[in-house]
Design a protein around this ligand. Structure first.
Ligand SMILES: *Cc1c(COP(=O)(O)O)cnc(C)c1O
Length: 293
């Protein structure tokens, strides 16, 4: 068994589940609940806490002093890993996509990573594509020494087990859950532990279904739960926010006094609202939207 969680990593569990009175749902006889994972932990919000904590404990218990992981210039995962390293006293290395960024002033997200002690290693897009190859990882270990390697987005089997806790918190509370999908780890865990799940990919390409299946294989040796993806609501790609989506998100913030993250949560709430309008849910259905950040 792993050692207990240090106080700095303690979260508010279970995360709050709140009623959201929205006429676009109630008009169809639907109940909308918000699963407020964004309130779990101040430095590691939402799914990042659920995905990182089992990995942090494993790294520490195996005697690693350094975490190494991957992300883009605006990655929430890099930021959360840097913060977790600071809280746990582990060194962190972030392999960042985009060699050209090395010569520019850091954006706020990467500046935060560095302020938390993360060593930033900028690589070309071609190198970044090799991030899961054993030979590439061996090269990084040669360069940086022994480290616990977390894949992009932190999505591995341990992250899936961590997110299964999110599913268990929703079991019996909702008929269907909905979540934004970046790398698929959160959806894979949620589906394994809870009600049927609709995933809303926030990037184009249509590869995330295969990735969730692969994560289920890695974590459980086979498929788990009931889930599907709605691929229509990525808004043109990662971090793209078309005007219609921006209007929707600003309006949702007004209606419900909730800060809506544009990269992930806005696409989930927009897609879910469209599905309700299209009559995708039978009257009487309770839908839980996971507010991941
Ligand atoms: C990282 C992140 C996600 C994506 O989670 P995956 O497990 O990578 O699919 C969703 N929402 C927010 C706010 C995030 O920061």
């Amino acid at each position: 068994m792993t050692s207990p969680l240090p106080p700095a990593l303690t979260a508010r569990l279970p995360s709050p589940l709140t009623e959201c009175a929205d006429e676009r749902f109630t008009a169809h006889g639907l109940r909308l609940l918000l699963k407020r994972d964004d309130l779990l932990h101040s430095a590691l919000p939402g799914n990042k806490w659920r995905k990182l904590v089992p990995n942090l404990l494993a790294a520490r218990d195996a005697g690693h002093a350094t975490l190494l992981t991957f992300g883009g210039a605006y990655s929430n995962h890099l930021r959360a890993t840097a913060a977790a390293g600071r809280l746990l006293g582990l060194a962190t290395i972030g392999v960042v996509r985009g060699h050209e960024l090395a010569d520019r002033p850091l954006n706020a997200s990467l500046a935060r990573c560095r302020a938390d002690g993360m060593r930033l290693h900028f690589v070309t897009r071609a190198a970044y594509r090799r991030r899961a190859e054993p030979r590439y990882l061996a090269g990084l270990r040669e360069r940086f020494g022994d480290c616990y390697v977390l894949p992009e987005g932190g999505s591995n089997a341990r992250a899936v087990y961590g997110c299964a806790g999110l599913g268990r918190e929703l079991a019996g509370r909702a008929d269907v859950a909905a979540v934004a999908v970046g790398t698929g780890g959160t959806l894979a865990g949620l589906a394994a532990g809870g009600p049927p799940v609709i995933g809303f990919p926030v990037l184009a390409g249509g590869f995330l279904g295969a990735e969730v299946t692969r994560l289920h294989q890695e974590a459980f040796g086979g498929p788990r739960g009931s889930w599907w993806l709605e691929e229509r609501f990525h808004g043109g790609g990662y971090a793209r926010v078309p005007p219609e989506l921006e209007r929707f998100a600003a309006d949702f913030e007004q209606r419900h006094a909730l800060a809506v993250d544009r990269v992930y949560v806005a696409k989930l709430l927009f897609g879910l609202t469209m599905l309700a309008r299209e009559g995708a849910f039978a009257p009487g259905t309770t839908v839980a939207a996971v507010i991941t950040g």
